[in-house]
Design a protein around this ligand. Structure first.
Ligand SMILES: Cc1ncc(COP(=O)(O)O)c(C=O)c1O
Length: 335
């Protein structure tokens, strides 16, 4: 029986290095001990080395979802700006904490641009930027981020959870902009989605503020040990990121060959425009019938995404070729 193909979550669809799994399994014997807690000195030092920043500008967390939650609680007291369509957790965290938010539509045709106006930027206490943006896959030019940082008196939070696919970061601007906070993750790039590990990068002053909203032991011991060890395997993961980028471009070209509209992507997923909700629902159902699972606009994983879109995470060449074959067989999609 053919196995299911899960393209709905954007976790890494490749196995972890065997040696790493072995190293981690040996850590199990030490799970009777507490994690380091607080600033997680050794882990923060590793992350600081990886990010090229001082360790006191780093705060490890239970996934970048926790970073989003803590930043929201620390800085979202007046007004939160959310550039839609985008990742839903900025909205969810704002709602959970009863905070005032404003959606700013940023997708014009298939072009996603930060169109924050000066008036909103001056009023807001927290402004979200997702780079590359989920679900559109768009990268945000550095100059656009700097424009927002220059105008906004509030905190500008840049979610760089998919940084490793894009290869561009604004971490180097932390010193210049005291209003900049960045969120990073180990879920999609280093394959640790199940373990939960992310981190915040900001000025040491902001880091103290963000830390106030999390628990002392916010990262469990296994995730702490994994974060310290996984960076040894950077070469292994870098090869995978390159392979994913090649497969993504192959998939995009295949879609275009079928006259299916797809947004350009700088990450490990692509957003496909099936032009109407009716058609998107038919294709979503057809693919599910073939055991291929994607995420749709109506599933509320994203804020402000129209229902004509489906997002496909990129897995390996074999699975993506199979998905293209299925789409080719679906007669209505090419009309
Ligand atoms: C843009 C973005 N930010 C944050 C997250 C959350 O990542 P984590 O698994 O580190 O909590 C996701 C997960 O899908 C995401 O797409």
């Amino acid at each position: 029986m053919r196995k299911e193909i899960h393209l709905e979550h954007s976790s890494l669809k490749y196995p972890l290095p065997e040696q790493f799994v072995q190293e981690l399994s040996e850590e199990l014997a030490f799970m009777n001990e507490y994690p380091s807690g607080g600033s997680y000195k050794t882990l923060s030092a590793k992350l600081a080395e990886y990010t090229d920043i001082a360790p006191d500008c780093i705060l490890p967390a239970n996934g970048s979802d926790e970073v989003i939650e803590s930043i929201t609680r620390a800085f979202g007291n007046r007004l939160i700006l959310i550039p839609i369509p985008t990742f839903s957790q900025y909205e969810v965290s704002a709602e959970r904490n009863g905070l005032n938010k404003k959606f700013v539509p940023c997708l014009e045709g298939h072009n996603y641009r930060l169109v924050y106006c000066e008036e909103d930027l001056k009023k807001a206490s927290l402004i979200w930027i997702c780079n590359p943006n989920n679900p559109t896959g768009s990268s945000i030019p550095r100059e656009e981020i700097k424009r927002v940082l220059d105008i906004a008196p509030g905190i500008v939070a840049v979610d760089e959870c998919n940084y490793e696919y894009l290869g561009e970061s604004v971490v180097d601007l932390i010193e210049q902009y005291p209003n900049l906070a960045i969120s990073r993750s180990f879920s999609k790039n280093f394959g640790l989605a199940g373990l939960r590990l992310g981190f915040a990068v900001s000025s040491s002053k902001n880091i103290v503020e963000i830390a106030r909203y999390g628990q002392h032991f916010r990262v469990n011991k296994m995730a702490e040990r994994a974060g310290i060890k996984v960076l040894k395997y950077l070469d292994y993961f870098q090869n995978i990121w390159q392979e994913i980028a090649r497969t993504r471009d192959f998939f995009i070209a295949g879609l275009k060959g079928l006259n299916i509209m797809v947004l350009p992507s700088k990450t490990n997923f692509v957003l496909v425009d099936f032009t109407t909700e009716e058609k998107a629902r038919k294709i979503w159902n057809f693919l599910r019938g073939e055991k291929v699972f994607t995420v749709a606009g109506w599933e509320q994983e994203f804020s402000g995404l129209d229902n004509q879109y489906l997002r496909f995470t990129i897995s390996n060449q074999e699975e993506m070729s199979f998905v293209l074959e299925l789409l080719k067989r679906f007669p209505e999609n090419t009309s």
